[in-house]
Write a protein that binds this ligand. Structure first.
Ligand code: NAI
Ligand code: MG
Length: 376
């Protein structure tokens, strides 16, 4: 029996490269439990096709019970052609990552993007553009066009198809994610960072975007007069992210724009395989947030099963778990230093390696991080 003050972490490896990168997270988490006495119990359940094959369900009751009993979920990746081909849309929805995010109400998806000095040349952008970038996306994760109703595809009388998705936000949903972003900006200012917020929308062409802008401004004026707020249109933000990313500190935006713009921002770090994230709920009466830690990348079917995947996004997501769920900022910093050390030594997975240069496998990179931990 684990001690009462033990945190229960649940690994859901999922599809594609999910099991590969989460295998390395298990190693790293095991190191903190065994060598640093981190008060964690690590459990695991199959997710995605692995769950379907074992239980005939993408979300058996037992899995859902484990998810709700966990202090944090460490998620790999989801999405496979087999799932699309063999499982009905209703079943897929029941066991989807989106449904899980919604049910856990983890509305704030925090995606830090930090240029790593050792990886400046791995970026597709010029080193002088990338150098020193340290920004955070706060992506709204449980509303917007990925959830809005009505949705679907209908066939009209003349045989023409009509596809509909609905972008919808309530002012309450905008307020809470705005508040989260302003609090984060305040915290970053206290750490010596710029501590300002860009709110990103399409207020020029979307009524819901104009409302987003008005509500974010209202929250700022009423509660965060000390935090500077800029508004930016989403298309301009896409351009500014690759033109001059150092202008950003905290970027708050909706579900769809946050998805797109953070993948774009990933190239600042050199690879999608570098970007961690934390999806967080509001605090409960004890000050705790429900949490889902997930790399921002998907199941990468093009490289799955070949030990080519970069596990650092998943490993750095675990660092976010150490900091946010366990409150172990020291351990989180140790893990981030270990990753920096490995990269500074020149070790690279294939996504980051220069053309023709040798590269580490997924497990090789995980092992390198674990051995760097002892002296980080
Ligand atoms: P993806 O993120 O899986 O891959 C995009 C590109 O980045 C691919 O070339 C892939 O090889 C590369 N890549 C991604 N992660 C990497 C890593 N850790 N190391 C090295 N290279 C990496 O996005 P894609 O290909 O558009 O989608 C594939 C599947 O993943 C789809 O079914 C999609 O729905 C799903 N997906 C799931 C997400 C999640 O689980 N959170 C997020 C994004 C997509
Ligand atoms: Mg995405």
């Amino acid at each position: 029996m684990p001690a009462a003050n033990t945190y229960r972490l649940l690994i859901l490896p999922g599809d594609g490269i999910g099991p590969e990168v989460m295998g390395e997270v298990r190693k790293v988490a095991g190191w903190f439990r065994d060598k640093r006495r981190a008060p964690i119990e690590i459990r695991e359940r199959p997710f995605g096709m692995a769950s379907w094959e074992k239980y005939g369900s993408l979300m058996p009751d037992e899995t859902w019970a484990e998810i709700t009993a966990a202090d944090a979920v460490l998620f790999g990746a989801t999405g496979s052609l087999a799932q699309q081909a063999t499982i009905s849309a209703a079943e897929r929805k029941k066991g989807s990552l989106l449904t899980m995010r919604k049910a856990l109400d983890v509305f704030a998806n925090v995606r830090p993007i930090k240029a790593n000095a050792a990886l400046l040349s791995a970026s597709s952008l010029k080193p002088e553009v990338v150098d020193g970038v340290d920004l955070v996306f706060v992506r709204e994760l449980t509303a917007g066009v990925y959830f809005g109703e009505p949705r679907g595809v209908e066939k009209l009388a003349d045989g023409v198809e009509r596809g509909v998705n609905t972008h919808v936000y309530t002012s309450t949903e905008v307020e809470r994610v705005a508040r989260f972003a302003f609090e984060l900006a305040r915290q970053r200012k206290a750490e010596g960072k710029p501590g300002h917020v860009h709110s990103v929308d399409k207020a020029n062409v979307m009524e819901a975007g104009a409302m987003w802008r008005r509500v974010v401004q209202r929250v700022r004026d009423a509660e965060f007069a000390d935090v500077t707020l800029h508004h930016m249109l989403a298309d301009n933000c896409a351009m500014q992210l690759i033109r001059w990313p150092r202008q950003f500190d905290v970027i708050v935006t909706d579900n769809l724009f946050g998805d797109l713009l953070s993948d774009c921002g990933a190239m600042i770090t050199g690879s999608l395989g570098m970007l961690p994230s934390a999806s967080l709920s509001a605090r409960d009466a004890h000050g705790r947030r429900r949490a889902l830690y997930e790399p921002i990348h998907g199941s990468a079917p093009d490289i799955a099963g070949k030990s080519l995947a970069n596990p650092l996004a998943a490993i750095l997501s675990f660092a976010m778990c150490l900091r946010e769920t366990l409150g172990q900022a020291e351990d989180a910093a140790t893990l981030e230093r270990a990753v920096d050390k490995v990269l500074a030594s020149g070790a690279r997975t294939a996504d980051l390696a220069a053309k023709g240069a040798p590269s580490l496998s997924t497990t090789g990179m995980g092992d390198a991080v674990v051995s760097a931990l002892a002296s980080a």
